[in-house]
Write a protein that binds this ligand. Structure first.
Ligand SMILES: NC(=O)c1ccc[n+]([C@@H]2O[C@H](COP(=O)([O-])OP(=O)(O)OC[C@H]3O[C@@H](n4cnc5c(N)ncnc54)[C@H](O)[C@@H]3O)[C@@H](O)[C@H]2O)c1
Length: 342
C-alpha cells in the first residue's frame, strides 16, 4: 500500500490533534516537523517520536523528500508557507482561517494551481460525525427541498486560555469560529448569494466581536440563519457542538445538544444518537473536533491517492472565506452584502 510521507509545520496548541490524526490515518505518516519555537518542536517531537526537526521551513523543504506538508500555524504565516510549498511542488494542507485577507487567499490558490500542486484547507467542522449524519439525510432526500435552516453555535466556553491570540485580534468570532459554521451552512444548503450580519462584543476583555447573527440567501432558494456566540451561559455547556435545524418541503431535521438527530419525514419521526467516537488520545468535549480531524486527514490521503480534488479545496474555501469577508463588511455598513460584490 502507498504510504505518503508528510511534514507538519507549526507544533502549537491544535497541531497535537493533527499529529494524533496522522497516527490514526491509513496511508500517510509524518516524517519531519517544523516550528520556529524550539520548545514546541521538542515537546511535539518527543511526544510523537519524530527525530527530523527543523526551526526553518525552507531548510526542511531543501532537506526532506515530501509527498505533502500540513501547515498548522496561525493565519499570518499561511501565505508565505503555502507559496513555499508550491515553489517546492509539494501538495499542501493549510489550517483555517486560510489567510489574513481574501486577496491573500486568492493568490495562494493561484500559486498552487500554477505549480500544479493539490491544496486543501483544513476546514474540519463539516467532517464531524453529526454534521455528516445531517448531510446524509439530505442526500437521501428524506425531507424534500430544504427551504429554511438554522446552524447555531452558542457557548460560554473559555477558548482564550488555550488560544490567547483569540482575545487580541480586531476580528474574532466570525473569523475564527463563524468561518466553520458558515462552511457548514454552505455544505448543507449550497452556495450563498447574499448575507446580512449583526455583531456584538459582550466580553469587555477581548478586542473583537464575540456574537454574530447572520442571515443567508442560498442560491438554491433556501434561507438560513447562522448564529454564533461565545457569550452565552447555558445550564449545560454545549461546546463545541454545532446545532442544526433544517425544514424541507417533506420533513424536518433537528440536530440537538447531546448529538441527538431527529428526522421527521413521511409522518414518522426517528431519533438517532450521532455522537462522535472517543479516540484513545481524545478528550471530552473536544472529541467531536478530534474525530473530524481524523476524517478530513483521511479524506486528504484518499484524494491524493485517487488524484481527485478534496472537498475543502482552496477553490471551495474561497467561497467560505468570501462569506466571512462579506459578513464583516455587512456588519460594519449595516447593509446586506451580495457575494458577487466581495
Ligand atoms: N479547526 C479547528 O477546530 C481549530 C481549532 C483550534 C485552532 N485551529 C487553527 O489552527 C491554527 C493554529 O492554531 P493554534 O492555536 O495551534 O496556534 P499556536 O499559536 O498554538 O501554534 C502555532 C505554532 O506555529 C508556529 N509558527 C508560526 N509561524 C511559523 C513559521 N513561519 N514557521 C514555523 N513555525 C511557525 C508557532 O511557533 C506556534 O508553535 C490557527 O489557524 C487556528 O485557527 C483550528
Amino acid at each position: 500500500m502507498t504510504e505518503f510521507k508528510g511534514a507538519l509545520i507549526g507544533c502549537g496548541f491544535f497541531a497535537v490533534n493533527q499529529m494524533h490524526g496522522w497516527a490514526e490515518v491509513d496511508g500517510a505518516w509524518i516524517v519531519a516537523i517544523c516550528d520556529r519555537d524550539p520548545e514546541r518542536l521538542k515537546i511535539v517531537g518527543d511526544q510523537f517520536g519524530i527525530e527530523r526537526r527543523y526551526t526553518d521551513a525552507q531548510e526542511m523543504f531543501a532537506r526532506e523528500k515530501l509527498d505533502f506538508v500540513d501547515i498548522a500555524t496561525t493565519a499570518p504565516s499561511h501565505r508565505p508557507l503555502v507559496e513555499l510549498a508550491a515553489r517546492n511542488k509539494v501538495p499542501v494542507i493549510c489550517q483555517k482561517p486560510f489567510a489574513p485577507t481574501l486577496e491573500d487567499a486568492r493568490q495562494m490558490v493561484r500559486a498552487c494551481k500554477e505549480a500544479g500542486v493539490p491544496l486543501m484547507v483544513h476546514e474540519n467542522f463539516r467532517w464531524q460525525s453529526a454534521i455528516q449524519a445531517v448531510k446524509a439525510v439530505l442526500d437521501r432526500d428524506e425531507i424534500g427541498t430544504p427551504f429554511f435552516g438554522r446552524i447555531s453555535f452558542r457557548s460560554g466556553y473559555d477558548v482564550f486560555s488555550g488560544q490567547p491570540y483569540l482575545a487580541t485580534g480586531k476580528r474574532f468570532i466570525i473569523e475564527d469560529l463563524g468561518i466553520h459554521i458558515l462552511d457548514i451552512a454552505r455544505y448543507l444548503l449550497g452556495d450563498v448569494t447574499a448575507i446580512t450580519t449583526r455583531t456584538a462584543r459582550i466580553n469587555p476583555k477581548i478586542a473583537g466581536e464575540d456574537v454574530a447573527t447572520m442571515l443567508l440567501d442560498h442560491a438554491g432558494g433556501a434561507t438560513s440563519i447562522v448564529d454564533c456566540s461565545y457569550a452565552s451561559r447555558l445550564e449545560v455547556e454545549p461546546f463545541p457542538e454545532t446545532l442544526v435545524e433544517i425544514d424541507g418541503s417533506e420533513g424536518t431535521i433537528r440536530l440537538s445538544q447531546g448529538y441527538h438527530l431527529t428526522v421527521t419525514s413521511g409522518g414518522k419521526t426517528t431519533v438517532t444518537d450521532v455522537s462522535p467516537p472517543l479516540y484513545s488520545w481524545a478528550s471530552r468535549p473536544w472529541h467531536n473536533i478530534q474525530q473530524s480531524v481524523v476524517a478530513i486527514q483521511q479524506h486528504w490521503v484518499d484524494c491524493l491517492k485517487a488524484g481527485c480534488e478534496p472537498a475543502t479545496s482552496g477553490d471551495d474555501n474561497l467561497k467560505t472565506f468570501a462569506l466571512v469577508e462579506a459578513a464583516y463588511r455587512g456588519a460594519e455598513s449595516h447593509k446586506p452584502m451580495a457575494l458577487a460584490d466581495v
